[in-house]
Design a protein around this ligand. Structure first.
Ligand SMILES: [Zn+2]
Length: 380
């Protein structure tokens, strides 16, 4: 009897495997009837096929928070291979359980060659005759508090720093005004570190980001995840505004420079604070005084971990601080016309140099002398 049951079980597993690309764990235990379970599995398979082919069916996505969900699911593409083999990781359903009447959580592991690519959970709802899917962020934060500050809605588990939240709101308004763009409505989730950014969205492990803490995230069109619990996300939001002006071609040096001056350094320092440009300029002055043998052009070109000894290690970038000094001078001398030129100057450092050479007559030859003057000028 046992042998027959085992035989039937393996036939059943094979049937599901044959019908779907999604693998099913042999250890999957669920309280659902086979017909519901199969329907969920087939719908999940349709969802993932659509994600991988770039033609997700909107009928499978929850209308509530639709734009977030669409962008969130688009990021769940099957992780590629680290070598050249296509579809190195295979998705496997490893957990399926109810969380409310007609609502289920499905956990999927992406596994390949004894390596785990990613483990994530999505929320499925039975609606009419079909199954629809949503990211579990609302479910995961249902006991959190919310507070509206200007056009920003903060979501947080305990408290927020109102002063920093007001600063972000103010910068958000100022940036939009300067760039002649509408002020963005934003949803801001306060996260302790990047691992929590992933977990809130339902991802409990991602091999691309393991060990990473000092960064935040954006899911278009308007959802932000804080960097190390910092309320002020102005650096990240500047990139979003700038994208409306430049399209997809970004000049990283120019945009980082402006983002440091108008926003902040994005990443936290050793004390968990996100530093702003004036304190980084002061650290750079100290560094240059202490290391007279170092050229500003070498710091710009090589972007070493120079400010670490003052408490601002990588990924806080000395190159961005130097570019910020230059971009600040562009704004001072040429106004917003100069800033628009910087944002739209094209990809790469050569285009950046061409732009600042036209705007400020700073080029590779006179870089050390001119930038040194700007760094150490009075009232600078
Ligand atoms: Zn940036």
């Amino acid at each position: 009897m046992k042998i027959i049951l085992l035989f039937m079980f393996s036939i059943f597993s094979w049937m599901i495997d044959a019908q779907t690309k999604l693998e099913i764990s042999k250890n999957l235990h669920t309280v659902f009837s086979d017909s519901i379970k199969d329907r969920i599995i087939m719908s999940l398979d349709d969802l993932f096929t659509g994600i991988d082919n770039g033609n997700m069916s909107i009928n499978l996505i929850d209308n509530d928070n639709f734009d977030f969900n669409r962008n969130y699911f688009a990021n769940l593409k099957e992780p590629g291979s680290k070598d050249t083999t296509e579809h190195y990781f295979k998705r496997r359903l490893i957990n399926l359980y109810p969380v409310a009447p007609s609502s289920f959580m499905a956990t999927i592991a992406c596994i390949g060659n004894n390596e785990i690519g990613k483990i994530f959970t999505i929320l499925a709802k039975q609606e009419n005759d079909g199954i629809i899917f949503t990211g579990p962020i609302k479910y995961n934060t249902k006991y959190w508090k919310t507070k509206q500050i200007g056009t920003i809605t903060y979501h947080y588990p305990d408290t927020i720093n109102m002063e920093k939240a007001e600063i972000f709101n103010q910068k958000n308004n100022t940036m939009a005004l300067k760039l002649h763009l509408p002020v963005m409505d934003l949803e801001m989730y306060m996260c302790a570190d990047y691992q929590e950014v992933l977990q809130l969205q339902g991802c409990c492990y991602d091999s691309d980001f393991n060990g990473m803490i000092n960064t935040g995230g954006i899911v278009d069109p308007k959802t932000l995840f804080s960097v190390m619990k910092n309320e002020d996300f102005s650096h990240g939001i500047f990139h979003k505004y700038a994208a409306n002006i430049r399209g997809k071609v970004i000049n990283i040096a120019a945009e980082e420079g402006i983002a440091y001056v108008w926003g902040n350094a994005y990443h936290a320092d050793i004390h968990g604070r996100v530093p702003d440009q004036p304190e980084l300029v002061s650290a750079l002055r100290q560094y240059i005084k202490a290391h007279p043998e170092v050229n500003l052009s070498d710091l710009f070109n090589e972007n070493p971990d120079a400010l670490a000894e003052y408490g601002y290690p990588n990924p806080i970038s000395v190159k961005a601080v130097i570019s910020g000094i230059i971009c600040g001078e562009v704004e001072k001398q040429k106004g917003m016309d100069g800033i628009f030129k910087l944002i739209k100057c094209g990809k790469g450092d050569e285009n950046y140099f061409e732009c600042i050479s036209t705007l400020l007559q700073i080029n590779r030859k006179n870089f050390d002398e001119k930038v040194y003057e700007l760094l150490f000028r009075k009232n600078g």
